[in-house]
Structure formats: structure tokens, C-alpha cells
Design a protein around this ligand. Structure first.
Ligand code: T3D
Length: 257
């Protein structure tokens, strides 16, 4: 197995686990990651997803030994069968997906992290659009998310130069949400995922759907989406519980329903 998958409370925890090659992704790992994301989507018990890496790296992107293997899957197949389905799954799971970037995130590894809903990193972590250094194009949604996160100009420079961005710089430029000291990352990031897993899951799922739609919509269309999803959220048990708890001055107990 190249992925560790376990359920902690209501959080599906996925750990990329090929530390000797900095968790670079080969076909087996890509398929296992897709399967784990499917489990997270389908399970009622899982209300948040947590993605991290084993060892000193988050993920160094494509396993380059496999990429140049004449008997390997081939470039176009790698993008179509490995990375595109991973990114689509991350965006389509209507539950919060937290990436805890514990070390270097390069190539597809960086862009898988950036496709997640909330990205936090260890202070020693870094992000590298490594593709240009080997003559490739950013994939795994990098050309989609990066300009939206950091602006077109910065994204162009990062994609073309392949500069290493420190966690601190990544926070400053809005590429990621927060940074924690190395020895606190696991505790803090897991606590964040666990907290999300106890929040109104349907409401968070609708929020994600609205944010996904905002990437394409004009204001009129987006207001329509918000109206529709607010109606749906208002019909959930968690909305009733949230309002009642507020009025009764007690802590809400959300069930995700
Ligand atoms: O077919 C396709 O390729 C299409 C899909 C493309 C998607 C992509 O992700 S393309 C981009 C692929 N990734 C890269 O180009 C990054 C390659 N790695 C690096 O540049 C560096 O390893 C890092 C900057 C990430 C970290 O550097 P450093 O000095 O901390 O570690 P290292 O010594 O380079 O790596 C440690 C080991 O991991 C080393 O093996 P060894 O010498 O101990 O036996 C190294 O070969 C291995 N490793 C690191 N990255 C990869 C890898 N092995 C295979 N594939 C990797 N991507």
C-alpha cells in the first residue's frame, strides 16, 4: 500500500506513504488515492477529509522513474487517468478537504494540495511548480487554481521559473491559509479537520458547491446559486440545531444532517 487511510472520529485521514521517494506518485498510489477519496465521499461517517504526507515531504509530484519508463503508463495517460480524477474528486466531495503540507510539495504534489479547501503547512514546507524544470506544463489544476490564489502575474512567474516558495511566502501571497511550527503542524491541522468534521456538514458542502460555481459564474448566476443553496441549507437539521442552540445559549451539537 502506498497510502495509509484511517478514520479518526468523523475525519477520513489519508497519508501519502512513499517517504523514500518523497511520496512521489506512481500509478498504484494514484489509484489508491482515488479510492480513498471515493470512500471519503461515500461514507456518512466521514464529515471531513485530511490529506498529508509521511516523512519529510508532502509529495514530490509524479514519480519520474515511472514517467520515463517505456513500459509505464505514458504521459497523456498519467494526466488523464491519475491526476485529473484526483483533482475532480477533491473538488466534488461535498465535505471540507484539509491539506496539511508537512514538507516539500512539488509538481503535481503542490497542485493536489492547492486544490484542497483549506491548505495549511509546516513552517519548513515549500511549494514548487517544478514542471518547467523538466520541460512540462503545470497540471493537476495548477494553471486553474494558482492564478486565482496568487494573481496572474505571480502565477506566471512561479509556473515559468519553478521557484521554491516557502510556507511563509505562501501564506503572504494567499496561496495557503496558515502556517504552523513544524512540531505543531500535525496537532493543529488535525484539530482543524476534526473541528470541521463536527460542523454542519451539509452547509459546508453547499458552501463548497457555491465556491466551486463562483469560479465560473457572473454575479447574477452566483446570486441564484446562493439563493438555491441557502434554501437547501435552511432545510437541514443542523440549521435548526444551530438556531436553537444560539437562542438557548448552549453549544450546538451538529449531526451533519
Ligand atoms: O508523466 C508525467 O510526468 C506527467 C505528470 C507530471 C506531474 C508532475 O508532478 S511533473 C513534476 C515531477 N516532480 C518533480 O520534478 C520534482 C522532482 N524532485 C525534486 O525536484 C526534488 O526531489 C525536491 C525539490 C522535491 C526535493 O529535493 P531534496 O534535495 O530535498 O530531495 P532529493 O534528494 O532530490 O530527493 C530525495 C529522494 O527522493 C531521491 O532519491 P534517492 O537519491 O534518495 O534514492 C530522489 O530521487 C527521490 N525523488 C524526489 N522526487 C522524486 C523522486 N523520485 C522519483 N520521482 C520524483 N518526483
Amino acid at each position: 500500500m502506498h497510502i495509509n487511510f484511517e478514520i479518526k472520529g468523523n475525519t477520513g485521514c489519508i497519508t501519502l506513504n512513499r517517504p523514500d521517494v518523497l511520496n512521489s506518485i506512481n500509478r498504484q498510489m494514484a489509484m489508491e488515492l482515488q479510492d480513498a477519496l471515493d470512500k471519503c465521499k461515500e461514507s456518512q461517517e466521514i464529515r471531513a477529509v485530511y490529506l498529508t504526507g509521511a516523512g519529510r515531504a508532502f509529495c514530490a509530484g509524479q514519480d519520474l522513474a515511472e514517467a520515463i519508463d517505456a513500459h509505464g503508463p505514458g504521459l497523456n495517460n498519467i494526466v488523464r487517468d491519475h491526476y485529473n480524477p484526483i483533482i475532480k474528486r477533491i473538488r466534488q466531495i461535498e465535505k471540507p478537504v484539509v491539506a496539511a503540507v508537512n514538507g516539500v510539495a512539488a509538481g503535481a504534489g503542490a497542485n493536489i494540495a492547492l486544490a484542497c479547501d483549506i491548505v495549511v503547512a509546516a513552517s519548513s514546507a515549500s511549494f514548487i511548480q517544478a514542471f518547467s524544470k523538466i520541460g512540462l506544463v503545470p497540471d493537476s489544476g495548477g494553471t486553474f487554481f494558482l492564478p486565482k490564489l496568487v494573481g496572474f502575474q505571480r502565477a506566471s512567474a512561479l509556473c515559468m521559473l519553478g521557484d521554491k516558495v516557502s510556507a511563509e511566502e505562501a501564506v503572504m501571497m494567499g496561496m495557503i491559509y496558515r502556517m504552523f511550527p513544524d512540531d505543531k503542524l500535525e496537532e493543529e491541522s488535525l484539530a482543524l479537520a476534526m473541528k470541521l468534521s463536527q460542523m454542519p456538514t451539509k452547509g459546508l458542502g453547499y458552501t463548497k458547491r457555491a465556491l466551486n460555481a463562483s469560479l465560473f459564474n457572473n454575479l447574477d448566476d452566483q446570486l441564484d446559486v446562493e439563493e438555491e443553496l441557502q434554501t437547501a441549507a435552511g432545510n437541514t437539521d443542523d440549521y435548526k440545531e444551530g438556531v436553537n442552540a444560539f437562542l438557548e445559549k448552549r453549544k450546538a451539537l451538529f449531526t451533519g444532517m
